[in-house]
Design a protein around this ligand. Structure first.
Ligand SMILES: [Zn+2]
Length: 215
């Protein structure tokens, strides 16, 4: 399987991205995708040459069903510790999203069409993340406070590599970058601030929840 950046592989559950990071014997995943796609993610991990049963960590950017939905399925076969921010962890452990959606116009139709796909079961979170913390994975992954899309969304920035894992805090549409906005956004003003803060880091690669951008 071909990496999108040395040591970074993408798995997809329909429209959502999950990322598998590998360095030496260590591998971890960022987000796990829609419910029902756990086996698919485990299969992709195997294709990267990693052992899907010995992950070092599962990092979750936020509590939306397309990002944590398969968590219970993965944990059923893999005891890897799960990391999320406190507010998102609370929602994950209830199997719900961390904020209500506020669809307008066409979004109402769109959300009701895709919502059956999103219904996750509750997942376990072992470690609570704090902004600024540097996780001992992949030469150091910094936890960024990127609230706005949800109340306590976090991104992960691999400082040594300049690779940013932005979850849904950056929309990547045809090479264009935009902040999270619309009915799935908890606070558009905060979302904009989080977006600008991340661009100021000048990432070389942005691995987003629904797209990939390379400088
Ligand atoms: Zn989301």
């Amino acid at each position: 399987m071909k990496p999108i950046y040395p040591g970074v592989f993408r798995s997809r559950s329909l429209f959502a991205n999950q990322f598998i990071l590998r360095s030496g014997e260590q591998s971890l995943v960022i987000d796990v995708g829609l419910p029902g796609f756990g086996q698919h993610l485990l299969g992709t991990i195997q294709k990267t040459g990693a052992d899907p049963h010995t992950l070092a960590a599962i990092l979750i950017t936020h509590a939306d069903g397309d990002h944590f939905g398969a968590l219970a399925e993965i944990r059923a076969v893999n005891p890897a510790p799960v990391y999320a921010s406190p507010q998102e962890a609370e929602a994950i452990q209830k199997g719900v999203s961390s904020r209500a959606l506020k669809p307008r116009g066409f979004e109402k139709f769109l959300y009701s069409a895709v919502s059956p796909l999103y219904r996750p079961s509750a997942g376990v979170v072992d470690h609570l993340l704090e902004p600024g913390q540097i996780l001992p994975f992949w030469d150091g992954l910094q936890v960024l406070d990127t609230r706005g899309h949800t109340p306590q969304h976090v991104s992960f920035f691999a400082i040594e590599h300049g690779v940013l894992f932005s979850g849904d805090s950056i929309q990547i549409a045809r090479k264009k970058l935009l902040p999270s906005s619309g009915g799935n956004t908890w606070d558009e003003e905060l979302a904009k601030q989080s977006f600008e803060m991340q661009l100021a880091l000048h990432p070389a690669v942005i691995c987003g929840g629904h797209g990939i951008w390379v400088r």
